[in-house]
Design a protein around this ligand. Structure first.
Ligand code: ZN
Ligand code: ZN
Length: 456
């Protein structure tokens, strides 16, 4: 059965991928694609943050108006507790990262918060990303070999909660033994130390509870769940996956930094150890697209042959999309049918993702189905998270607009692509299409449109 996202209109035939929530008070259901759900979760977290200034202001007003009003102090202490919750995140993640480094893990980055990036740089030798809604965090780190695997997994998972335990112990002297169980304090004055202690105890318990935690990054294992896994299970497949992840993330980071040669080195190193690993094979083909799209296409087709029914649907969709994209890169009319088939399959299953929309839009443009292509390309350009993604969509929009005679708009897209990457493979195709459009516009004898395409 097809599900449709109420927010962005994307659809999918995959079961259980879109999230349906019942808005109880309106007795209505709301369906969201994973992307829109993530955005909604982040804005929900942001709205929760607004309770802090609200409690602070109302608390101060009550205390000021009614002199020592119990409710006012309670609100002020609640605000202190909420601020403390935010303050616990950084030491928790930092401790995960320090433990990982001490055990010889490769630590890729420490992430604090969701949403827009506020700061991205180095901190204590770690790559550190701070985002605008600081309500959670994670450390991306992988072991570099399989030695003491379970012990290290245990220590890595336990180190975060350990930071909160340590903070509890450190703050206890500031409370005073006679006040441990004095709950009345919360209504008679500010108790920052106690609020900080309670916040750390709360975070400690929540993290140690073995469960799946829904976060804007997707459902993740709590520290408690990972601790139990390290103690009680000896999952060889999972171990291989984690060890291979190191090479996948190395390659992805190098590719993001536009170091294609380095990325390929990491992929090849990974494949020496894990020759069957899907993501490494897929990365290898993706990295070949620029220099040898023919060979990349062969690799994607080979991966397609290897697909099993039991493989995750997302994995299959990426292969469909990548075959379609390789065909598009090859710019061969005889491969357009195949590209059409595969990109249609991909978009019917995971159409909420910008790269899938971009590929589908590009191929529809090639097929002359411009009216269908435009909304896909525009939404792909708007929602793409990488500048490369935006540029590819802009290139296809340039071609689409040229095909329907909007030469000025087409030129603007051309400029956008050229400004970002003057060597982009799309530019040649854009010029070809613009030249065709200009030849069409120019009447026999040609007086208008003096701006030759070569002058751009
Ligand atoms: Zn959506
Ligand atoms: Zn943790």
């Amino acid at each position: 059965m097809e599900s449709i996202c109420d927010q962005c209109g994307a659809s999918t035939n995959l079961p259980d991928v879109f999230i349906t929530k019942r808005l109880s008070f309106r007795r209505r259901k709301k369906t969201q694609c994973p992307d829109c759900h993530q955005k909604a979760q982040i804005s929900g977290e942001f709205k929760n943050l607004l309770w802090i200034p609200a409690n602070l202001i109302f608390g101060l007003l009550l205390v000021d108006l009614f002199e020592n009003a119990a409710a006012g102090w309670l609100l002020l202490n609640l605000a202190l507790f909420q601020v403390s919750l935010l303050l616990t995140i950084f030491p928790h993640e930092m401790c995960h990262a320090l433990a990982a480094r001490w055990m010889g893990y490769r630590v890729f980055r420490i992430l604090i918060g969701y949403g827009k990036s506020l700061y991205s740089g180095k901190l204590f030798g770690f790559r550190f990303d701070l985002n605008s809604v600081p309500c959670g965090g994670m450390v991306i780190a992988c072991p570099v070999d399989g030695g003491n695997f379970r012990l290290k997994s245990f220590l890595f998972a336990a180190s975060g909660p350990f930071a909160n335990l340590l903070l509890c112990v450190l703050v206890i002297p500031f409370i005073g033994a006679e006040n441990y169980w004095n709950w009345g304090e919360f209504t008679t004055g500010p108790v920052p130390a106690k609020a900080f202690l309670l916040a750390n105890l709360f975070v400690l318990l929540v993290n140690l509870w073995p469960m799946k935690v829904p976060t804007p990054f997707g459902d993740m294992d709590s520290d408690g769940r990972r601790i139990l896994e390290a103690i009680f299970t000896n999952n060889i497949v999972r171990k291989r996956e984690i060890l291979a992840t190191r090479y996948i993330v190395e390659a992805a980071e190098a590719a993001e930094a536009k170091k294609a040669v380095l990325a390929m080195e990491w992929v090849n190193q990974g494949l020496e150890k894990f020759p069957e690993e899907f993501h490494l094979l897929n990365w290898k083909a993706v990295l070949m697209l620029d220099k040898d799209p023919e060979k990349a296409r062969e690799s994607f087709l080979h991966l397609h042959e290897q697909l099993k029914d039991s493989d995750p649907p997302l994995q299959k969709c990426f292969i469909y999309n990548n075959i379609a994209y390789a065909n598009y890169r090859l710019d061969r009319a005889d491969l357009l049918d195949e590209a059409d088939r595969y990109s249609e399959q991909a978009i019917s299953l995971i159409g909420w993702l910008a790269p899938i929309r971009s590929t589908r839009g590009s191929i529809l443009t090639e097929l002359g189905r411009i009216e269908e292509a435009l909304p896909l390309l525009q939404s792909a350009m708007n929602s793409s998270e990488t500048s490369d993604g935006k540029v590819s969509s802009a290139g296809s929009l340039c071609i689409a607009e040229a095909k329907r005679g909007n030469i000025e708009l087409s030129r603007q897209y051309y400029q956008f692509v050229e400004n970002h990457d003057s060597d982009h493979f799309m530019l040649k195709r854009c010029r070809r299409e613009l030249a065709k459009a200009e030849a069409k516009r120019e009447p026999a004898g040609g007086e208008q449109e003096q701006r030759a395409i070569t002058s751009m």
